[in-house]
Design a protein around this ligand. Sequence first.
Ligand SMILES: NC(=O)c1ccc[n+]([C@@H]2O[C@H](COP(=O)([O-])OP(=O)(O)OC[C@H]3O[C@@H](n4cnc5c(N)ncnc54)[C@H](OP(=O)(O)O)[C@@H]3O)[C@@H](O)[C@H]2O)c1
Length: 318
Amino acid sequence: MKNSTILGNSTLTVNRIGLGCMGMSEFYGSFNETESIHTLHRAIDLGVNFFDTADMYGSGANEKLLGKAFKSKWDKVVLATKFGVMRGANGEWLGLNGQPAYIQKACEQSLSKLGTESIDLYYMHRQAPDVEIEVIVGAMADLVKQGKVKYIGLSEVNAETIRRAHKVHPITAIQSEYSLWSREPEQEIFEVCKELGITFVSYSPLGRGFLTGAIKSRADLEAGDFRLNNPRFTEDAIKENVKFVEVIEQLANAKGVTKAQIALSWILHQNDDITAIPGTRNIHRLEENLGAYNVTLSQADMQLIEESIPKMTTGSRY
Ligand SMILES: NC(=O)c1ccc[n+]([C@@H]2O[C@H](COP(=O)([O-])OP(=O)(O)OC[C@H]3O[C@@H](n4cnc5c(N)ncnc54)[C@H](OP(=O)(O)O)[C@@H]3O)[C@@H](O)[C@H]2O)c1
C-alpha cells in the first residue's frame, strides 16, 4: 500500500495517515502537554509529516502547542490549520466569520501562535452563511500572494461550493468527516476531488473513537467530553451503532490486527490518494494507527464490510 501522496496541486508530499491534534487541547477529555509533545515528536520520528489543527481548538491552545513542539522541526512538517469558527477569550462560541478582514487577522494570529512564517495548508473550517465562497477564497488567495499561506483548502462544503471556489483559486484539499459510519462524501465529493485534482482528507476517521470499540457506553467518556452532547453517543445510539464495531471486530480478529487498523485501512482502500488524520494524544495509539498501512483488505473483505455494515448510522454527526 502506498504510504504517501502528493497533496492536490501542490509540491508537498504527505503521508496518507497524518495526525489530528485537536484532542490534545480540547473536546475528548483531559490532556497532558508533555505526553502530547512526546506524541508529536514520535510521529515525526516515524515519518509522519501531515499534522492537522485549527485556530479554534482549545481557543488557540492547540496552535500554541504545535508551535512549541515543532520549533526546530518545521522542515519535517506539513501543517494544516483552519479559520472561520470564532471563539471568545473564555472559549465561548461566537459564530462563523468569512469576512476578508477577519480572515487576514485570523491568519496573522495563527502564524503568531505557531511561530512560523507561513502555513502550508490553510482551510476554511466552515463557511459563514452571509459571505459568498468567491469572497472567502479571494481573501485566502490574497494570503497566498502575501506568502503567509502556501495552499488552500475547504472543510465540510458541498460539490457546488468546491467548483465555485476552484474557479477563484486552486483548491488543494477538501477535509470532511469520512469513516465507516460517515460515508456522505462518497456521493459527490470524491468525484469532484478526482476531477479537479484535489486531495480528500478524512477527519474523524475512527468515528471519534467509537469504531475502535473503546467506547461501549457513555460511562467511558469523561465529564465535559464533547461526545456526551453528540447524537451518536446517546446510550440508545451507542447500543445501535455497536453493530459497526462487531463487523470491524470480526475482520480484525480474522487478520490478527486491531479494530482501529481495520477502520483506517478501509479508508486507505477507497482510492490511492485519500488521506486520513486520526487523532490521538498518546504514542501507543499513534503507533497502532500507523500499523494500518500493513493491513490489506481483499475484495471479499471489502464486500463483507459493504454487506454487513448498516448504511444508516443512528444519530446525526453533530
Ligand atoms: N474539519 C473539521 O470540522 C474537523 C472536525 C473534527 C476533527 N477534525 C480533525 O480531525 C482529527 C481527527 O478527528 P477526531 O480526533 O475527531 O477523531 P478520530 O480520529 O476518529 O478519533 C479520535 C478518538 O479516538 C481515540 N483513538 C485514537 N486512536 C485510537 C486507537 N488506536 N484505539 C482506541 N482509540 C483511539 C482518541 O483517543 P486518545 O487521544 O486517547 O487516543 C480520540 O478519542 C482531529 O484531531 C482534527 O484535527 C476536523
